[in-house]
Design a protein around this ligand. Structure first.
Ligand code: SF4
Ligand code: SF4
Length: 148
């Protein structure tokens, strides 16, 4: 069992370059279908012009189904028209695009975003702080000594 855990950890950390395990499942709360920021390539979509350009260039049908509902200092805020407000879920859940299937990904943290507290998924850090500390404490370390 320990070996399997070690292999899994190695695969996530070294091959997938992940820092977290994603656990849980979708609770169908619909939060990630409304009031959302969209990251395209390396940054969050910030302007209407940028969004219009992406829609022309990117054939992903996802972009055809989202519309701008606001804007703040972080970027444009979108909602998806496939979200069924009455049923509170995606009207085309089986065929939802990969961006939705992959949500949430740990990359959201690099944008300073947080996971919705009602989301059925959770992230667990792969390396616990005490493991990191135990590893680095074995290495030779230079410690700054203040002069009196
Ligand atoms: S396609 Fe479905 S899952 Fe994806 S944002 Fe729209 S409503 Fe939500
Ligand atoms: S926020 Fe989480 S629980 Fe809610 S619909 Fe999206 S993935 Fe599912």
């Amino acid at each position: 069992m320990k070996l399997i855990k070690k292999i899994k950890k190695f695969f996530y950390l070294k091959i997938l370059k992940k820092k977290y395990y994603k656990t849980g499942s979708c609770a169908l709360c619909g939060a990630c279908c409304k009031n959302i920021y969209i990251r395209h390539k390396d940054s969050v979509i910030k302007t209407t012009e940028e969004f219009e350009k992406i829609k022309l260039e990117d054939s992903d049908s996802f972009y055809k189904h989202i519309s701008i509902i606001g804007q703040d200092e972080f970027g444009l805020v979108f909602a998806c028209d496939k979200y069924d407000k009455e049923k509170k879920l995606c009207s085309d859940h089986k065929n939802r695009p990969s961006i939705c299937r992959n949500y949430p990904s740990e990359e959201i943290f690099s944008y300073g975003a947080k996971l919705n507290p009602n989301c059925g998924y959770k992230f667990e850090s792969i390396e616990k702080f005490d493991e990191i500390f135990a590893r680095i404490s074995k290495k030779p370390t230079k410690i700054f000594k203040e002069l009196n």
